[in-house]
Design a protein around this ligand. Sequence first.
Ligand SMILES: Cc1cc2nc3c(=O)[nH]c(=O)nc-3n(C[C@H](O)[C@H](O)[C@H](O)COP(=O)(O)O)c2cc1C
Length: 330
Amino acid sequence: MVVKNMKQDISTASRLSVAPMMDWTDRHCRYLHRLMSHHALLYTEMVTAPALVRGGAVHLLTFNPEEHPVAVQLGGSDPVELKEATKICVDHGYDEVNLNVGCPSDRVQSGAFGAVLMKSPELVADCVTLMQEAAGDVPVTVKCRIGVDDQEPTEVLPAFVETMRAAGITRMQIHARKAWLDGLSPKQNRDIPPLDYPLAHAMKEVFPDLHLSINGGIQSLEMVEEELTYMDGVMVGRAAYHQPYDILGAADARIFGDTRVALTRHEVVLAMEDYIGRHIAEGGKVAQITKHMLGLFAGQPGARRWKRVLSEGAHKDGAGFELVKEALPA
Ligand SMILES: Cc1cc2nc3c(=O)[nH]c(=O)nc-3n(C[C@H](O)[C@H](O)[C@H](O)COP(=O)(O)O)c2cc1C
């Protein structure tokens, strides 16, 4: 299961990635996404270094071998703890370890993780230096914002990227908007601060040797293709979750030049049967998987009925794959 030395493959895979999203991009979601694209890079939800190192929560790292290439995202700000957490992740077989410097939630702020670290680039450099020591051949990457609070992005972002580069980081993901740490909720922080794509594009001009992905507000595969004319990679969050087939269904052909015939939406659903069966046999609930499938038919005839039948039926006792078949649009 452990696939190492994927540096080259991973940077190709990161031409299109699905963003880390708490409660959303769990292993079931990633398994589903992988059925639609062989190539896109898939990120886990954030796992905190203290949870792994002090809390022993290594079960959070379980993933299906089919998910490769798969990157784990860590949260933390203690270099030694992040080093230990990185070692644990690499031993689990992840293809990349990513550090979260973008998440503005309260819980994360109180532990001095996430976006607040935009204010402490030297500390982030210490973190990634030790993380890279532990990671060996496995790449360490950083997902950041363009700034926080009253920072001036045109000054802060290039300085931050340069500090990462000096610390040996070669690939980053830039969520192209600021985070406001006071006054905005995490959800508002994904919508209200304006996007600044030109600033992200400018980073590619200033740092042509780095592999830079843009994130934030990418809604379609056409937008992915457009952004790839400026950037090395595009990371898609909410659109990939809510309309997975629109983003991933044709991605292998259009983004990665893989002309194998992709599964249709119906085939993707049918391909989940064994997976759902195994999950239920192990004591799991169908709803834990079907919640990620609600958007599969987004924009298609029958999409509303599909969502309704799945969401109403999934919590009933004994619900299994028959429910999914019942919900399948004609
Ligand atoms: C439900 C949800 C959970 C998220 N959790 C994380 C997270 O754990 N780590 C992280 O770096 N970003 C997280 N994000 C932010 C996304 O990774 C992404 O940066 C953001 O949604 C902007 O991209 P988008 O406009 O394509 O959705 C989350 C976003 C959502 C919607």
